[in-house]
Design a protein around this ligand. Structure first.
Ligand SMILES: CC(C)(COP(=O)(O)OP(=O)(O)OC[C@H]1O[C@@H](n2cnc3c(N)ncnc32)[C@H](O)[C@@H]1OP(=O)(O)O)[C@@H](O)C(=O)NCCC(=O)NCCS
Length: 434
């Protein structure tokens, strides 16, 4: 007998089935043959929130949540963060290999070349209220790019896909920076092509009256590292949206808008903003035990803790902790770090968190660094969306090239009414449901 199989006895019919196991999984479609009668639809899998269902095969990112391992295309995240720039890592995610010198130069040239936005986008942006959340602005404006690039609908054309990838990776920082400047009532600062990706982003955010903005190299490098850590995370909520929207053959700008909307939620990319608000709410170290008590009583969650996949220390949180020290050498120490460290120490020794394997995730420390760099909490998720765009695009492209993928369309288990009829109305009265 082939040991890579699963034998199932359907006790309803006493029938026995042998299902192949491939890559540690059975195909849920193989359950469909299990029927109680010829007109039975067949057995389905029920898995709300995809807790144990693989929706695709992917060669992009590997996570071992129990061991705390994260790799892009086989490279450990720690090595990429130490030796590469964000653009090199974005190239790796999208192309499968790190770029050689010539490839890197061409990739960087293309991204630099595509940073400008159509002037009409500025008018569009001006229409938002002064206090509009920059994430809402980002979602709306990246979706609006779809109207400027109708060629993006040629999703099966490799050259067109490549162009949209250049545009999206290049324009996200410009959109993000313009959203920020709008929320501060500042004039938009145009891209400076002499600068690197993250240096230019800092330029577009913080340039004031100086002729040439000179970014602090340590801060630009720290941002590069943070961007590398956030670039992809396999089938997370927003990557899943990117694939699902893209599976309808929607163009990549609209698909990215969908993915960014998912990222905006506080259970996903919005968590770093929520961590800062939580630290503000706690106020001082002395209040931490009371706060932890409230968490254990189920009143609220400890934001920045816990993860669907990591049941160990999130490797990104460790790298961020080190990056924080480098940033603080330039900006001065953010006192919130000490509070966060204390919170972590108490939580990691508390039975409630130990038992549930709740460890700090990437969002626990990133907000503290961003705040020290001068960003307000509303910008944190936007800072997540920029690098994650490379991951979304890699996932989108892989989905399009996967012959097994079709329009993404889950099944449901219908638990509503059986067939019923609308009561015939009395003359002169409205119809109502039976
Ligand atoms: C990330 C997250 C959504 C994962 O959720 P999940 O995989 O569905 O895990 P669950 O909600 O089933 O959590 C399992 C248990 O841990 C508890 N738990 C999970 N995260 C918790 C947190 N941050 N604080 C307190 N308790 C938490 C749950 O209440 C549950 O307890 P129970 O078994 O007594 O009911 C969740 O951990 C969370 O909300 N964290 C805070 C938000 C955050 O930091 N998000 C960023 C993710 S990168």
């Amino acid at each position: 007998m082939n040991i890579n199989t699963l034998t199932v006895i359907d006790n309803r019919t006493d029938a026995t089935y042998t299902l192949p196991i491939e890559n540690g999984a059975i195909r849920t479609m193989d359950l469909r043959q299990m029927k109680t009668s010829p007109d039975d639809f067949g057995l389905m899998g029920y898995d709300p929130a995809f807790m144990n269902t693989a929706s695709c095969k992917s060669a992009i990112t590997f996570i071992d949540g129990d061991k705390g391992i994260l790799r892009y295309r086989g490279y450990p995240i720690e090595e990429l963060a130490e030796h590469c720039s964000f653009l090199e890592v974005a190239y790796l995610l999208l192309h499968g290999e790190l770029p050689n010198k010539t490839e890197n130069e061409e990739w960087t040239r293309q991204i630099t070349y595509h940073t400008m936005l159509h002037e009409s986008i500025k008018k569009f942006m001006d229409g938002f209220a002064y206090d509009a959340h920059p994430m809402g602005i980002l979602v709306a404006t990246v979706g609006a790019l779809s109207t400027f690039y109708p060629d993006a609908r040629n999703i099966h054309d490799e050259a067109s896909r490549r162009t949209q990838i250049y545009r999206l990776v290049a324009k996200m920082p410009t959109l993000a920076a313009f959203a920020y400047r709008h929320s501060r009532g500042l004039p938009y600062a145009y891209p400076d092509n002499d600068l690197t990706y993250t240096q230019n982003f800092l330029n577009m955010l913080f340039k004031m009256t100086e002729v040439k903005y000179r970014p602090e190299p340590a801060l630009a490098r720290a941002l590069d590292v943070l961007f590398i850590l956030h670039a992809d995370h396999e089938q997370n909520a927003s990557a899943n949206v990117m694939r699902a929207v893209g599976s309808a053959h929607t163009d990549p700008y609209l698909s990215t808008a969908g993915a960014a909307a998912a990222l905006a939620g506080p259970l996903h990319g919005g968590a770093n903003e929520a961590v800062l608000r939580m630290l503000d709410q706690i106020g001082k170290k002395e209040n931490i035990p009371d706060y932890i008590k409230g968490v254990k009583e189920g009143k609220y969650k400890l934001m920045g803790f816990g993860h669907r996949v990591y049941k160990n220390y999130d490797p990104r949180a460790q790298i961020i902790k080190n990056t924080a020290e480098q940033v603080f050498q330039v900006t001065g120490r953010n006192p919130k770090l000490d509070m966060a460290l204390e919170l972590e120490k108490i939580a990691l020794n508390d039975d409630y968190f130990v038992k549930r394997k709740l460890y700090p995730n990437v969002d626990f420390y990133s907000g503290i660094i961003y705040q020290a760099m001068g960003f307000n909490p509303q910008m944190f998720t936007v800072l997540f969306a920029i690098p994650r765009t490379a991951g979304w695009l890699a996932q989108w492209q892989e989905m399009l090239q996967d012959g097994e993928q079709k329009i993404s369309r889950p099944r449901q288990i219908y638990v509503g009414y059986g067939m019923r009829q609308v009561e015939q109305p009395e003359p002169g009265t409205k119809a109502k449901a039976a």
